[in-house]
Design a protein around this ligand. Sequence first.
Ligand SMILES: Nc1ncnc2c1ncn2[C@@H]1O[C@H](COP(=O)(O)OP(=O)(O)OP(=O)(O)O)[C@@H](O)[C@H]1O
Length: 250
Amino acid sequence: MATGVRPVSASIKFSGIEKGFVRQNSGRVEQVLHGFELEIEDGELVALVGPSGVGKTTLLHIAAGLQRPDSGRIDTGPGGASARVGMVFQQPRLLDWRTVRANVDLVSKAAGRGTARTVGLLTQVGLRDYLDAYPLALSGGQRQRVAIARAFSIEPEILLLDEPFSALDELTARRLRILMQDMWLEAPPTGLLVTHNMLEAAFLADKIVVLGGKPAHTIATIAIDLPRPRDPENLELFAVHRRIMGLLSH
Ligand SMILES: Nc1ncnc2c1ncn2[C@@H]1O[C@H](COP(=O)(O)OP(=O)(O)OP(=O)(O)O)[C@@H](O)[C@H]1O
């Protein structure tokens, strides 16, 4: 687990989660999650990996409160009842008619954190010279940097990451993973990362939960005990990648 300080503790606990969707062509319910259990401890970052359609994003949406389980519980505590939840999605989802600075200010103000940290955060993500630029004038990587600054601007106790780097070229993605690691270490939130990239999961996470099947079940839970900050070239990350690919190739 990472070191650092954070004012409020938070954990994420999925208990007995059931979730099904009605298939449009047949009208039958496809059960995606059945009795799903997972606990993410305070300050821990868990990565969910598994085949397309297994239910990773559904779990993240349930954690975010964007979807409700059919039954079961999602608890964020202790202290989690009032936890601030930050999110970074695959697409940056910025307001194109607001400047970079205003995009961050709006969210941090809405979360009651004020705007004093905005310039510092945007400087930290390498956008000091773009405070007054509009998102459409930025590259995809720069926009995602704004999204990362915005997520950290609320001083999140919980941070949910939905394939945050998958729309970027690999070099940019790597830089942003390192940036994410640095920012995470300053005051580690409790986190859930959904990704298709096993190296990314191994680089960022404390624990990787490998999902498979329908309804989804946990095939393996892999603890990543490497000290931080981690090096993306660490050979142990590649060993984890191979292990997961082996598990999912059967
Ligand atoms: N709103 C919805 N309506 C109907 N079916 C849905 C809905 N959301 C998800 N599903 C179905 O639930 C299953 C799990 O979807 P989910 O997006 O959680 O998978 P995933 O593991 O995140 O996939 P991917 O890696 O491709 O993003 C899929 O079969 C999907 O079609």
